[in-house]
Design a protein around this ligand. Structure first.
Ligand SMILES: NC(=O)c1ccc[n+]([C@@H]2O[C@H](COP(=O)([O-])OP(=O)(O)OC[C@H]3O[C@@H](n4cnc5c(N)ncnc54)[C@H](OP(=O)(O)O)[C@@H]3O)[C@@H](O)[C@H]2O)c1
Length: 224
């Protein structure tokens, strides 16, 4: 039975990933900050662990607690959008919080859980990024905090992919589309079920030889 470790599984895309992988017979370890406030996740009957991804001590402690376990797929999904990020009202403290959560945390998690991934058969790592992190695709400006966090994540994960290629790890950066979640809002055209079904196909097709690519939920390659 393949196994997956998912961050930010309390709601939104993380919850939907947990639901679909569990329904497909995978062994799912779902990490969330406050399990007692995630009733939908509890109802899935998957293994739930407590993790605030921005607490790096907790990341290391959880990796130790789960040592000896193999994860075929490490799914770095947790992310935040940030507040006050238009010119004239940029919130520097919030920018730091978002960088910690969206950039540093996924890399610290990849570092801490590398042994678990290497012990798995598929050896895959996926990172939820955003088309908003594409510099080439930015023709509308604004969103300084969120855009810069996902651009930085893309840069760091590209390095990670190159560094792990010789160890047989497939790394993929994923844009889920604009999806109806708390972050995406109700005006978003895509539902989480469709987005996650597409993302799972892209993850499934990922191979070490093309590790470090940036794709959307349809499999289309995106510009950096
Ligand atoms: N929805 C979209 O249109 C869209 C588009 C492009 C990219 N994305 C990316 O897709 C990913 C998932 O987004 P979403 O739409 O599902 O967002 P969401 O509905 O706002 O859910 C975000 C998830 O991340 C978790 N999270 C945030 N900070 C955390 C922390 N410090 N520790 C642990 N968990 C934390 C939240 O947990 P709590 O419940 O504890 O807050 C929640 O489970 C994000 O990386 C996002 O940037 C989304």
């Amino acid at each position: 039975m393949p196994s997956v470790f998912i961050t930010g599984a309390s709601r939104g895309l993380g919850l939907e990933f947990a639901r679909q992988y569990a329904a497909d017979g995978w062994s799912v370890v779902a990490a969330c900050r406050r399990p007692s406030e995630a009733p939908q996740l509890e109802r899935l009957g998957v293994e739930i662990v407590c993790l605030d991804v921005a607490d790096f001590g907790a990341v290391a402690a959880l990796a130790r607690q789960l040592s000896g376990r193999a994860f075929d797929l490490l799914l770095n999904n947790a992310g935040v959008y940030g507040e006050n990020q238009e010119l004239g009202s940029i919130d520097a403290e919030d920018w730091q919080r978002v960088l910690r959560t969206n950039v540093i945390a996924p890399l610290k998690i990849a570092e801490a859980f590398l042994p678990h991934v290497l012990a798995g058969q598929r050896k895959a790592m996926a990172f939820l990024t955003s088309r908003m992190g594409s510099i080439a695709d930015n023709d509308s400006g604004g969103s300084y905090i969120y855009r810069s966090s996902k651009a930085a994540l893309n840069a760091a994960v590209r390095s990670l992919a190159i560094d792990l290629r010789s160890r047989g790890v497939s790394v993929v950066l994923l844009h889920p589309g604009w999806v109806k979640t708390d972050m995406g809002g109700n005006a978003a055209p895509l539902d989480a079920e469709t987005s996650v079904a597409g993302l799972r196909r892209v993850i499934d097709d990922a191979r070490p030889a093309e590790s470090g690519i940036f794709r959307d939920y349809t499999g289309a390659l995106l510009p950096w």
